[in-house]
Write a protein that binds this ligand. Structure first.
Ligand code: IPE
Ligand code: IPE
Ligand code: MG
Length: 245
């Protein structure tokens, strides 16, 4: 069970669904469908892994550039998964919050998520943030505008903390570990990391982990290994490593 003071915030950029499917001669949508199955198992396992907040990058503003069949298929999959699983999640104490600009989300989906956010408000076992139509710069600009509109100017000492509270994640714990699946692994001592603009301000102190595993192959066991490997407790936050006595 979660010790509340150690309830980590995990961010996951779920990448690799397309490659998973292509490697099996399947359609990209089959990969997204398999990715949804992996997601379900991970969400269920989080409360046992000291994870109190799970933030998932599910659909970026840049993803609208994909072909219409894939884009429509992704939104249909989301509608389907919400209708199948969300009652159970609410019953299991999961609180749902959607990150991203709702103005660009199909209106029927906005209706469902508004309702689910309200119904799950009291969930205490896991805060599940799902980023839809999300872009990090867009989030920061909206948060700046909200902060200014409340009369707090750039020069106010309260500006930085109010700006952070006005991000889509609200006044929450910053990201402890940021994971991206589907990343090529180290070659000649070099390894690639790409955030694709996910949670830029919330992740400034996060430990970033790049995983070769394609998202549909991700398991709770692998996630527990990642948490142990990333060891967020060992961060120094700019401080100095103490000499061993
Ligand atoms: C990530 O998987 C899921 C979404 C962006 C919705 P991709 O679809 O980007 O998978 P790859 O990168 O093509 O393998
Ligand atoms: C990042 O994956 C966005 C999501 C996981 C939703 P992409 O596959 O869209 O990102 P890029 O193109 O590799 O940056
Ligand atoms: Mg990708």
């Amino acid at each position: 069970m979660i010790e509340k003071n150690k309830a980590y915030h995990l961010g996951i950029i779920m990448d690799g669904n397309g490659r998973w499917a292509e490697g099996r001669g399947l359609s990209r949508l089959a990969g997204h469908r398999e990715g949804a199955q992996a997601l379900k198992k991970i969400v269920r396992a989080c409360p046992q892994m000291q994870v109190g907040t799970l933030s998932l990058f599910a659909f970026s503003q840049a993803n609208w550039k994909r072909d219409k069949v894939e884009v429509d298929g992704l939104w249909d999959l989301l509608r389907e998964q919400l209708s199948i699983h969300l009652n159970e999640l609410v019953a299991e104490g999961v609180r749902l919050r959607v990150l991203g600009d709702r103005e660009g989300i199909p209106p029927d989906v906005v209706k469902v998520i508004n309702d689910l956010e309200t119904r799950s408000e009291t969930g205490m076992n896991l805060l599940l943030n799902i980023a839809l139509n999300y872009d990090g710069l867009d989030e920061v600009v909206r948060a700046i505008n909200t902060t200014l509109s409340t009369g707090t100017g750039f020069n106010s000492p309260a500006f930085p903390s109010q700006l952070v509270s006005n991000l889509d994640t609200g006044p929450s714990r910053p990201v402890d570990i940021l994971i991206r699946t589907g990343m090529p692994q180290a070659k000649d001592g070099m390894s690639i990391w790409r955030s694709s603009g996910f949670l830029p301000l919330q992740s400034v102190e996060a430990v970033c982990v790049s995983l070769e595993t394609l998202w549909p192959d991700m398991t709770p066991l692998k996630l527990s290994e990642v948490i142990a490997y990333a060891d967020p407790e060992s961060r120094l936050f700019g401080g100095q490593r103490l000499a061993k006595s």
